[in-house]
Design a protein around this ligand. Sequence first.
Ligand code: ADP
Length: 163
Amino acid sequence: MKRIAIFPGSFDPFTVGHANILERALPLFDQIVVGVGINENKKAFYPTEQRLQAIRTLYKGEPRIRVESYDDLTIDFARRVGARFILRGLRSVHDFEYERDVANMNKRLANIDTLIMFTEPHLTSVSSSVVRELITFGKDVSAFLPHAPEPAPRSEAPRSQDE
Ligand code: ADP
């Protein structure tokens, strides 16, 4: 049986903090489906399609990562894609109680386990909301957004032995 997890969130936008959690969890699963949640009651900064495309472009070379949107319950999205695990990141104690309550409820309602990963210390203060605010005021946010790896050069000259 394939080990599939979903990584749900708003990803508005997807930051280096999100990328760090996703990439560190990848060795644990056969597939991780990033779930871009659509919340009709919350006005998004970036349209759903743009959020999806940004993450898809980033991971287009990684077949174990898929990116989908969903507008229903996270447990129903998990069931649809055959996931038995939910991946979440934890930055601080402020996140803790909320994440624990949602995880307990998802376990009870759908027998889905949540895997929480601690963020790395240098990323604890990175959040989509801070990035949005900086963008609104015209600041450079490139340090907080992941960049797609440079494509490999088409034909590399063979390296000499003593290089
Ligand atoms: P949500 O609105 O569901 O919290 P987010 O897009 O804000 O969606 O976050 C998705 C997941 O990524 C959550 O588990 C959140 O705690 C985690 N996350 C956000 N920023 C960071 C970060 N800097 N380091 C680690 N995890 C993060």
